[in-house]
Design a protein around this ligand. Sequence first.
Ligand code: PLP
Length: 341
Amino acid sequence: MAKKNIDWENLSFGYIKTDKRYVSNYSDGKWDDGALIEDDMITMSECACVLQYAQTIFEGLKAYTTEDGRIVLFRPDLNAERLANSARRMEMPVFPEDRFVDAVVQTVKANADYVPPYGTGATLYVRPYMFGINPVIGVKPADDFQFRVFTTPVGPYFKGGAKPITIKISDFDRAAPHGTGNIKAGLNYAMSLHAIVTAHNEGFAENMYLDAQTRTKVEETGGANFLFITKDNKVVTPKSDSILPSITRRSLMYVAKEYLGLEVEEREVYLEELCDFAECGLCGTAAVISPVGKIVDHGKEICFPSGMEKMGPTTQKLYDTLTGIQMGRLEAPEGWIKVVE
Ligand SMILES: *Cc1c(COP(=O)(O)O)cnc(C)c1O
């Protein structure tokens, strides 16, 4: 194995084409055998369902080099399950969950030279996705679908350590009750683009979305779930049917309880009680946890006691424990680590 000549420490979170990608096609009611291919381009009808009606779903996970030099994936079975749930909600065929994990393993193996070395902070991001590919003009689901997996090496999300960010309460809504907020569909991101550009133009790093029905409860950001730490060191995460079930958040809640012995609560979190929390973080695959130092609600500032210089102490412990498990420095719960090679 010869690692690619890449400046791993200075990689950004952007797309770099790697050698191989996995493709499987669905038509006549069944998936074909699937294969690794070299062509990174997709040719489809101008009237493909994905282009006209956005019938597309995706996943995101990472391959890491552990301390002892193995390449591993973190809980890919949960990504398989979540993609299957997204497919059902979007009237798409389920790509079998065992085949999903196998496709991810094959793609990472085929691009092993792009998996960043241990200690660089960089990882290989893996993007499985599926979309309706045949022409559809009257509104209905596609009949033919393509499932693909590509990889791209990405830099450490935070260069030079994680500085707490400032976010705003958004005036836009991300997801409606009984809508698609709980699945990983491209459409949830399409409608968030105007909101995030607006927030960035105003100098904020992210949006905090509230529940669309009452606008009194915390939901999530455009691509990460919230964790809060109370002043008596409880870990609280918002509960709602329109939040995307983050694998990082579910793993952190487990780690909080089982590794750190903290009390954990998944419950409705009201905007009004934000000022009572000691720490706040955003969790997702990309950064694991991004600390939030300040939330701005239409000019009113909510500043967490953990401040704007570094992660709060409990957030830091959660971060160190989960990344320790992912990088093989700490023993993982059964079934969390899938060895690629
Ligand atoms: C992907 C995603 C997350 C994070 O999920 P992870 O499984 O932890 O990466 C959170 N919120 C939204 C809306 C997402 O799409």
